[in-house]
Design a protein around this ligand. Structure first.
Ligand code: COA
Length: 341
């Protein structure tokens, strides 16, 4: 089996910043409550001309530029998202066109906030078997579009964003290890109805927004992250202490801290940006990964553990070694792609 390496990375968030003070004007909450319960100070929100597709295209273009490849070399575009710009076609179809991957296949993958880990795991199989050579994996969500802005239990926690990587075969580093689980018996803890669902379950107001059992998910999330981190370490044969950086799903700082405490991982080995972006769902882990590289928190040879959870209820982890040169990679400003969906 061939090894799998990340050769390009990129992120994209909308320009519009929404602070806790702005949310205070919409629902009965406070900056103090949001910060103390979740660690979140602000989040980004898509403007009228932005969508999951525009963010995914921008993050994807940046990853392709960093990988220094021609987009026509890409064999497959995998977009992990739950906030499709349209129900048909897949948003990946717009992204394939938007990044110029004209020889690629493309599909969306819905594994909620665990989607990027699942997508990278799927891509790794195609690369490892030799079926494909270069794959663009993107995690992106515009969760603001499915929020009930009158529900203080959910609207304070989420934001919009995207991250992307290019993966290719290579000789360096440790083999990528994946652990992926789902417990469908808890599937109703976090849902968004669909117009195609059972008629008796359609919301009377036809608003298709998130409903969530926050405290139940909190308990699940800590256990799930601990389980996934331990299991993926077993699979990779590398002790948790020997990882240089853990990049968790950025849902809530307290969930991250509780899982780190249980795993005895010091917080200086855990990357967080939830305070600035909130929970960007599928975008969360790749956005944090790309930002960590650009912030100099990841260098060649570092061992990285990605760990996440989400609706489903799904959870998983993935380990890899960072093999790309980071110092020489300078991000040129690529203008946001014209809205395609
Ligand atoms: N502002 C003020 N009060 C709020 C509030 C808000 N934005 N949202 C909820 N509350 C209230 C509730 O109504 C409840 O009041 P009650 O006790 O009078 O019924 C109380 O706060 C709940 O407080 P607490 O039990 O301390 O909440 P918590 O510590 O569990 O924090 C969450 C609530 C939602 C922040 C937390 O449970 C959480 O983050 N869960 C995980 C959610 C998640 O990550 N979902 C996405 C998964 S991918």
């Amino acid at each position: 089996m061939r090894k799998v390496q990340i050769t390009g990375w990129g992120m994209s968030v909308p320009e519009k910043v929404m602070t806790n003070a702005e949310i205070e004007k919409l629902v009965d909450t406070s900056d103090e409550w949001i910060k103390s319960r979740s660690g979140i100070s602000e989040r980004r929100i898509c403007g009228d001309e932005e969508s999951v597709a525009t963010m995914a295209i921008e993050a994807g273009k940046r990853a392709i530029e960093r990988a220094r490849i021609d987009p026509a070399e890409i064999d497959l575009v995998i977009l992990a998202t739950l906030t499709d710009a349209r129900l048909l076609p897949s948003t990946a179809a717009y992204v394939q066109e938007g990044v110029g991957a004209r020889r690629a296949g493309a599909f969306d993958l819905d594994c909620a906030c665990t989607g990027f880990i699942a997508g990278l795991g799927v891509a790794a199989q195609f690369i490892a078997t030799g079926a494909m050579q270069k794959i663009l994996v993107i995690g992106a969500d515009a969760v603001s579009r499915i929020l009930d802005w009158t529900d203080r239990g959910t609207c304070v926690l989420f934001g919009d964003g995207a991250g992307a990587v290019v993966v290719e075969a290579g000789d360096e580093g440790i083999p990528l290890s994946l652990y992926l689980r789902n417990d469908g018996s808890a599937a109703n803890a976090l849902t968004v109805p669909s117009p195609m669902g059972v008629r008796s379950e359609l919301p009377a107001n036809r608003e298709f927004v998130i409903t969530m059992d926050g405290p139940a998910i909190f308990r699940f999330a800590v256990e799930a992250m601990v389980d996934a981190a331990r299991e993926v370490c077993d699979r990779s044969g590398i002790a948790l202490d020997d990882f240089d950086l853990v990049i968790p799903h950025q849902a809530n700082l307290r969930i991250i801290q509780a899982a780190a405490r249980a795993l005895k991982v010091p917080m200086d080995k855990v990357y967080t940006n939830v305070e600035r972006y909130g929970n960007t769902s599928g975008g969360s882990i790749p956005l944090a990964l790309a930002e960590a590289v650009d912030a100099g928190r990841i260098k060649k040879g570092d061992r990285i553990l990605l760990v996440g959870f989400g609706a489903g209820m799904s959870w998983g982890a993935l380990t890899l070694e960072w093999t790309a040169e980071t110092a020489s990679a300078r991000l040129s400003e690529i203008p946001l792609a014209a809205a395609t969906a």
